[in-house]
Design a protein around this ligand. Structure first.
Ligand code: NAP
Length: 263
């Protein structure tokens, strides 16, 4: 067991992107706390990683849409001094578009993709700030940038994750806490089948190992926003710069001329 490196708490570690994050960080020698609902899958992954890498792996089964379960994970983040990095990866997509989605599944999506991400970051940050170090990886999506794609509130939830990450970067960057937003595009995982979508109908699907390895290059560079499939980084830089250029023009005591009632 390695006591030097910080431990990672990874949500949504039972499959897909989260399970690969667990594999990669175990191979780097970090101890892990794995969170998801499926205890058997978490135990199987934990057993394999302990045997293959020798790190300590705890499993913390929890349904992040359920307040009492979420509170147990928050508690662990608040109290376990060994945890120095939170990977907010668990996320779901709801079947259908906004017009035809069942509101209960939309509500559940918001609890997992928005509320849990926020509460877990809030649980970790005071300890990280007090220590002057720590990191949070928030898995958003390129759909944060493309709300026109009709996946109901999924894109809006990921825009929240991106915006939260950028806000935390501004607030915490000078206090030793690194925050990374990762924006995957279509990646071959179970999320598609779980939300009743056929990934084989999509073009440009990335394999999950390639996605996580690319995200880790961004993590190691302490990049703020990592978009693995985007070939030309200057495109993101230009978008971000034009957003920031709005800032000096947004705070005015009077409405713009075009909104003033005629006569
Ligand atoms: P996935 O294979 O379906 O993994 C989702 C993970 O979240 C699983 O471990 C699942 O485990 C866990 N989870 C789901 N609901 C949960 C709940 N209520 N409480 C606790 N854990 C829960 O999908 P994935 O693609 O790896 O998703 C990981 C992240 O990547 C998500 O945030 C997703 O939005 C984002 N993303 C994915 C894609 C893509 O194309 N795959 C693209 C952009 C962004 P249990 O079922 O055991 O709870």
């Amino acid at each position: 067991m390695n006591t030097q490196l910080p431990s990672f708490l990874i949500t949504g570690a039972s499959s897909g992107i989260g399970a690969v994050y667990a594999d990669r960080f175990a191979r780097r020698g970090h101890n892990l706390v794995l969170v998801a609902r499926d205890r058997a899958r978490l135990e199987a992954l934990a057993g394999r990683l302990r045997a293959e890498t020798g790190v300590a792996v705890d499993v913390l089964p929890a349904d992040l849409a359920v307040a009492e379960d979420l509170a147990r994970v928050e508690h662990r983040l608040r109290d376990d001094d060994r945890i120095g990095i939170l990977v907010n990866n668990a996320g779901i997509a709801a079947p259908g578009t906004f017009a035809d989605a069942a509101i209960d599944s939309v509500d559940r999506l918001i609890r997992v993709n928005v509320t849990a991400v926020t509460r877990l970051a809030a649980a970790a940050v005071p300890r990280f700030v007090a220590r002057g170090e720590g990191a949070i990886v928030n898995v958003a999506s390129v759909l944060a940038l493309v709300p026109e794609v009709s996946l109901g509130v999924y894109g809006a939830s990921k825009a929240f994750v991106l915006s939260l990450s950028q806000g935390l970067q501004a607030e915490l960057g000078g206090r030793g806490v690194y925050v990374q937003a990762v924006l995957p595009a279509a990646t071959r995982t179970e999320i598609w089948e779980r939300s009743e979508r056929d990934i084989d109908k999509l073009q440009g699907v990335m394999e999950v190992g390639e996605l996580v390895d690319a995200a880790l290059v961004g993590f190691d560079r302490r990049e703020a926003v990592t978009i693995p499939p985007l070939a030309d980084a200057a495109q993101w830089d230009a978008l971000d710069a034009s957003r920031k250029a709005l800032l000096p023009n947004l705070f005015n005591a009077h409405a713009a001329q075009r909104y003033r009632a005629a006569g």
